[in-house]
Design a protein around this ligand. Structure first.
Ligand SMILES: [Zn+2]
Length: 221
């Protein structure tokens, strides 16, 4: 059976949204989602600028990276995506961007503090920074998974950002939460002001409430 077109459309739409949100230029960054029933993964192709990307350009691969559908090579960061799907069964989507403010924290090598209530729901405490590894390598993929430590976000030193979630909407929300937080932290620092982090217990409570909304028995009631 062919891979559902609406899932490819979702990958396509979020990939283009990265340009709108200013977190990717041309073909930078990459997005994927996993179909729960088959385990197959729809992922953006390599080197096709998002303003020219068509739904049919989206590639479908299996968990070992073999192409099941599509005419293009999958993203050069496929190993990064596969590493998260292999590591955690509950990951349904992966977003990798070069979000500029998040990347700033990857350049200075500082984990990102939890500053905003809106971000606390989408993130699981301060966002860690994985040490630099060459893009596209298994070394980068393994390092990112290890440093993320089952959290929804990890900043890649001198490179960008990866977020994961149960679905693409959640993974993308986490990306925007990191980027908004990083921009706020940067602005506060340019003011020379002290940055007050959220109380960790309050942030954890907001995160727990957000996760509860993903439980099937809580939906549609
Ligand atoms: Zn990248």
């Amino acid at each position: 059976m062919a891979f559902p077109r609406e899932l490819k459309e979702s990958v396509w739409a979020y990939a283009r949204q990265m340009m709108v949100d200013g977190i990717a230029h041309r073909a930078q960054g990459n997005i994927s989602l996993r179909q729960a029933s088959s385990g197959l993964i729809a992922v953006t192709p390599s080197a096709i600028p998002y303003d020219r990307l068509q739904v049919d350009d989206i590639v479908v691969v299996d968990l070992s990276g073999g192409v099941v559908e599509g005419q293009w090579r999958p993203t050069s960061e496929l190993l990064l995506h596969l590493a998260f799907y292999r590591a955690w069964a509950d990951v349904g989507a992966v977003v990798h961007s070069h979000a500029p403010y998040a990347t700033l924290f990857g350049v200075i090598g500082e984990s990102l503090p939890m500053l905003l209530s809106e971000a606390a729901a989408c993130l699981d405490g301060p966002v860690p920074v994985a040490p630099y590894c060459r893009p596209g390598t298994q070394q980068l993929a393994d390092s990112a998974v290890r440093i993320a430590d089952k959290g929804p976000a990890v900043i890649l030193a001198n490179h960008g950002l990866v977020t994961v979630g149960p679905d693409l909407g959640a993974a993308y929300d986490s990306t925007l939460a990191v980027e908004t937080t990083a921009r706020t932290a940067w602005m506060a620092r340019t003011m020379g002001a002290r940055v007050n982090a959220l109380d960790p217990a309050e942030a954890a409570a907001m995160r727990a409430a957000y996760l509860m909304s993903y439980l099937p028995e809580k939906q549609g009631k």
